[in-house]
Design a protein around this ligand. Sequence first.
Ligand code: RUB
Length: 307
Amino acid sequence: MSISKTIRDIKNLKIQGATAVAREALQSLAAFGRGLKKDGHKYIVEVDRAAAKLASARPTEPLLHNGLNYAKSQLRQSSSTEATQLSAILEKSVAQWLELIKQAEDIAISKGGKLIKKGFNVFTHCHSSMVEKILINTWQAKPFEVYNTETRPLYQGRITATNLLSAGLPVTMVADSAADFLISKHSGRELMMNMVIIGADSISHAGDVYNKIGSYGIALAAYEAGIPVYIAASALKMDADDKIEVELREEGELWRNRPKNLEILNFAFDMIPAKFITGIICEFGVVKPGLLKSRVKKAYPWLLQDN
Ligand code: RUB
């Protein structure tokens, strides 16, 4: 896919979720590199330019930003100057990044599955491919119930519900505004959630997690009710600069024909403080949020170079 089409699809959420965004963007960078007929420095400058455009398509996505930086650094380290050789390096670095994501997913599926017990009520929010994979892969062996949110304003919860239902899992949906009450003890014994499991877009060095707007309230309600909150996400989502910028999206997503002069703040994401998080399910197993940075430093020393 061309860079501009990929950016369009990412911006309008045809491609959604941190992993899909990173995957598609990196693949389109590799395709762009294949078609580039410039040698040496000019090749690198063009790739940098395309990577910058892809990075700005969604500002709250370190899996994308770190992947682009990885591919750019591999190009810079090479002594090759011919376009065909540079293209092969770019292609290889993208393949390596995608393989790291895949390995993280495989481990998370197995480690995350162990946390779910037969008969559990599991609560999730938005649509995370990582969470979806964990739930689907675990359910056959030990059936449980899933509760999820519709996820306003763009209803990504419907993607989760549809995909889980097609895989045979029972799903009950609530409005976003009902999530905190459902999770609280006041919704009654039968509706007690056993765990919350949600994805992540970005992880700070202290282990705070940025995810779809609404995640903070859900985690707060779970913390108050003593329900464990797990985040399923590759550690490659750690924000290298630790300066995450929360994406503000177009006002019309919230109200297309809104009254004139109405100000709308359409936050795409919010932040769950590390203290509400029981564990991050990732390629290192289930890790306490405060300990993730040291694991990242060891496994991916290039990711946090100056930090
Ligand atoms: C999606 C979202 C997901 C994370 C993780 O938001 O918040 O929970 O991106 O997804 P949006 P994954 O729909 O705005 O992209 O586990 O697939 O990486």
